[in-house]
Design a protein around this ligand. Structure first.
Ligand SMILES: [Zn+2]
Length: 322
């Protein structure tokens, strides 16, 4: 494992107006310290990546910080036809843009919350013949129970945004992809519930091009850990689940049903985590190698680890060079 190189298809590099949280260079250096040679940055930056011009500006920022390899990004797929086409231009014309990212839960106004606006994205991409990757954050907002969130009892985040909200959204995305004849690759990111993986597997068996990933924190931690001192810092989207669901995820990994180990590395300043607004996000890249060792100790074969940390990314994102 020591000589292995890894690709992380889901990180948040911040920078720009959020450089106080992290810069692209800092995240790239942290990644390299873990053996991760390529990272794929998500587009919910400030400002977000919604066009070729913004994607170029992002790539230029990376270069200006001395990052000349291993940095890639997504453009945001928003439920606005003109903006969606601009995002698509970024994918078509800039080599570093690996695909589109769609948010179904609130995210700085980028999201497509209801089924109708999600349908618009799938329909338009299908009409335009998009064959690239559409990464989707799946949480069905109509199933959220905001009133249950209590920061003094941090595990309530798992009640506020329950496991079913993810599963139902995964089902929605699969139905929309089938209904609209979507011909790209659907990538369900950071799955927290084994039931979601079962739907992915079923859809794959029925011929849909769909892949999925899990994070180190959803595997190694659980909502029970949020009852410990400092547990509020483990607030993340989707939330950490009960231990039995985390164990279920490990079984899915062992069965070879998970395509990627993705960190969803999401740095914040500590005051934003430990006090209002109690932002969601964990610095999971720090635990990449620890997670790999943990998976190996839990009898995940090397072949599966190799596929999840490198081979599948090379297959799904053929533009990646390191
Ligand atoms: Zn993320």
């Amino acid at each position: 494992m020591a000589a292995w190189r890894f690709i992380d298809p889901h990180v948040h590099c911040r920078d720009w107006r959020e450089a106080y949280k992290a810069t692209i260079r800092e995240v790239v250096e942290l990644a390299r310290s873990q053996g991760v040679v390529a990272i794929l940055d998500m587009p919910n930056t400030e400002p977000p990546i919604t066009s070729l011009e913004l994607a170029e500006r992002r790539a230029e920022t990376a270069r200006s910080e001395g990052v000349d390899s291993g940095y890639y990004l997504y453009a945001a797929a928003t439920p606005d036809e003109a903006r969606l086409e601009e995002a698509l231009e970024a994918v078509k014309r800039l080599r570093q843009v690996v695909g589109l990212k769609l948010y179904t839960a609130p995210m700085r106004g980028l999201e497509a919350r209801d089924l109708e606006s999600q349908r618009l994205v799938y329909r338009r991409l299908s009409e335009l013949g998009y064959r690239g990757v559409l990464a989707v954050h799946c949480e069905k907002t109509s199933l959220f129970r905001e009133e249950l969130w209590d920061p003094s009892r941090p595990w309530t985040w798992n009640l506020c945004r329950p496991p079913e909200a993810e599963v139902e959204s995964v089902r929605d995305q699969i139905s929309l992809a089938v209904e609209t004849g979507f011909s790209g690759t659907l990538y369900i990111v950071h799955i927290s519930n084994p039931a979601s993986i079962r739907y992915v597997k079923q859809a794959r068996e029925q011929g849909l091009r769909v892949v999925c990933g899990v994070t180190p924190h959803h595997l190694m931690l659980s909502s029970e850990d949020m009852a410990k001192p400092g547990g509020v810092a483990l607030k993340v989207n989707p939330p950490l689940r009960e231990r039995r669901l985390a164990e279920g995820l490990l079984e899915c990994v062992k069965a070879g049903d998970v395509d990627f180990l993705e960190t969803d590395h999401a740095p914040h300043a500590s005051w934003e985590k430990y006090g209002p607004p109690y932002l969601s996000g964990i610095r999971s890249l720090e635990n990449y190698l620890r997670c790999l060792r943990w998976l190996a100790e839990n009898s995940v074969p090397d072949k599966i680890l190799r596929d999840m940390t490198y081979n599948n990314s090379k297959r799904v994102f053929p533009m990646i060079e390191e």
